[in-house]
Write a protein that binds this ligand. Structure first.
Ligand SMILES: C[S@@+](CC[C@H](N)C(=O)[O-])C[C@H]1O[C@@H](n2cnc3c(N)ncnc32)[C@H](O)[C@@H]1O
Length: 199
């Protein structure tokens, strides 16, 4: 999935996405606790990569975290800047973040790796990994399934992943799992996982 394709798909649906999913009310309280638990106290800057409308960036900022949000989609970044004063927001790609190696203490990639083809995940994780300080923490959220397979997500094709396979990919990139969370299907909400891992 090229970045142009992702940007085009989300740009066309940005208003709807913001309305339906772009606030903390749409996030499970346990997920907020997981994100805060792993990124709330890190000793240095945090990046929310693929921040979308910026509500999780703002959440971390409200918890005292020095956080910036980066997203491919200008409409999301414009909304985030207008709605959430405090954190910095930038248009950019998580595959090519304009920061030195080993310069951030935490990264949140909350459902922003879901459109990557399975063959592209390792390179994306490596691009994120190089940003982290030793001991730096990555928190990822992904859709979960028994096998790696694509499905028709409302915006564009996404992939579901077995949690063990994501943990393996993280380990291969030099990120050791420290915690995981799995949520079963609930109504329309597909099963998903979150992993926290340390560089
Ligand atoms: C499902 S949305 C999640 C947004 C937000 N993290 C949230 O929880 O609502 C996926 C987001 O990842 C962003 N994204 C996907 N690939 C990206 C990339 N290569 N660089 C930056 N953002 C990307 C999309 O633009 C979109 O905002």
């Amino acid at each position: 999935m090229t970045s142009d394709k992702v940007r085009g798909a989300y740009s066309g649906l940005a208003d709807v996405y913001i309305e339906v999913l772009g606030s903390l009310g749409a996030v499970h309280p346990g997920d907020l606790a997981f994100v805060e638990g792993h990124l709330g106290g890190v000793p240095g800057p945090v990046l929310d990569l693929g921040c979308g409308p910026g509500h999780l960036t703002a959440f971390l900022h409200s918890r005292g975290v020095d956080v910036a949000g980066i997203d491919l989609v200008p409409e999301f970044v414009a909304h985030a800047r207008a709605t959430h004063p405090g954190p910095r927001f930038e248009v950019g790609s998580l595959l090519d973040v304009d920061r030195p190696d080993a310069s951030v203490a935490g990264v949140l990639a909350w459902f922003s790796l879901i459109h990557l083809e399975p063959d592209a995940l390792d390179d994306a994780l490596a691009a994120v990994r190089r940003l982290l300080t030793p001991g730096g923490v990555l928190v990822v959220g992904m859709f979960e399934g028994a096998a790696v397979e694509p499905f028709e997500h409302k915006v564009l094709t996404a992939y579901r992943w077995p949690v063990e396979e994501v943990a393996r990919r993280l380990a291969r990139t030099g990120l050791a799992e420290v915690d995981r969370l799995q949520r079963a299907q609930e109504g329309d909400r597909r099963p998903y996982l979150a992993l926290a891992a340390r560089a």
